[in-house]
Design a protein around this ligand. Structure first.
Ligand code: TRP
Length: 326
């Protein structure tokens, strides 16, 4: 640990990742991975809270790891591991579950929103406990910071409450983790809604230049700009958001051309599709290397899971000692 603070970052294994994951999370993880001792968690148990079908979990986890590696996560410095392969997550989850009331969990806006979005009629015990498992994920590594998007803030707050409760009930074991918010606001999907695989409005990190160009042609633009020469409003156009992110040098000229009517949407989309394809080119190369060397990926996981387990066991020893168990 050599004096560095610890980061615990996590994602549910949803398979191949999209640009929203890159901008909203991975870029941040990569930027922080050497400044902090980082642990990268694949939250495969969490995936079960909203989908009991486990048949794709393994494949999705592998696909996600490949995208993490391609985005620049360095497994030599930061272990990558599956929650399900480090038993201590379930053990700490059990202990922490006594330190929070069910009323508090029922008030959690993040779970409420999920229930609304997915039309869940009866929330399972495990789903209600989602943030408790997440607290175990973070506290097991004594995480000081957690890089997340705003939607995760309620979970981090619950983690802090649970840490405080443990520390006062028994003795000090857990630092109270802080959320480290991503700088760039969320990247919208191609239809202007939240970018999400289930909505089908994403550009995947693994998409080819042709796929990127084809998808970009479907993106919604300013509805007032109908013909090429109509003046547009870049500030309300999601294609312009993409220019700001992936083509910052030319963005002012793009905005000017859009406003004056000199630049049509077709050309504007063609240009940004090219820039995105360029940004993702090295990424696709690393990805194809890993896809053709599956054993390397499995070795990275096995090694990461070993390191995570060592750290998790050390924390559980502290927990048991603080509680006089053992
Ligand atoms: N809840 C997170 C999400 O949906 C995933 C997650 C699980 C997580 N455990 C975590 C994130 C621990 C940060 C830290 O994206």
């Amino acid at each position: 640990m050599n004096g560095k603070k610890t980061i615990l970052s996590g994602m549910r294994p949803t398979g191949k990742l999209h640009l929203g994951h890159l901008v909203g999370a991975l870029e941040n993880w990569v930027a922080l991975q050497h400044e902090y001792a980082s642990f990268h968690l694949i939250a495969d148990y969490h995936a079960l809270t909203t989908n009991l079908d486990s048949s794709e979990l393994y494949r999705n986890s592998i696909d996600m790891v490949i995208d993490w590696l391609a985005a620049g996560i360095d497994p030599a410095s930061s272990p990558i591991f599956r929650q399900s392969q480090v038993k201590e997550h379930t053990e700490l989850h059990l202990i922490l579950s006594m330190l929070i009331t069910s009323a508090r969990l029922e008030r959690n806006p993040a779970v409420k929103e999920q229930v609304r979005e997915l039309n869940i009629e009866n929330v399972s015990y495990g789903h209600l406990g989602y943030p408790v498992l997440q607290a175990a994920d973070i506290l097991l590594y004594k995480g000081d910071a957690v890089p997340v998007g705003e939607d995760q803030l309620p979970h981090i707050e619950i983690t802090r409450e649970i840490a405080r409760r443990f520390n006062t009930q028994y003795r000090y074991v857990f630092p109270e983790p802080e959320a480290k918010l991503t700088k760039f606001a969320r990247l919208p999907g191609l239809d202007g809604r939240r970018m999400s695989k289930s909505v089908g409005n994403t550009i995947l990190l693994s998409d080819t230049p042709d796929e990127i160009a084809r998808k970009m042609r479907t993106a919604v633009t300013d509805p007032q700009k109908i013909r090429r020469n109509d003046p547009g409003r870049p500030e309300i156009c999601l294609v312009f958001t993409y220019h700001q992110k992936f083509n910052p040098g030319e963005a002012p000229a793009v905005a000017e051309g859009c406003r004056s009517g000199a630049l049509g949407c077709v050309e504007c989309k063609r240009r940004i599709a090219e820039r995105i394809a360029e940004t993702l080119a090295p990424f696709r190369e690393t990805r194809s290397h890993h896809e053709s060397h599956p054993q390397e990926v499995l070795d990275i996981l096995r090694e990461g899971e070993g390191r995570a387990r060592t750290r998790a066991q050390a924390t559980m020893a502290d927990v048991h000692a603080a509680m006089n168990l053992g």
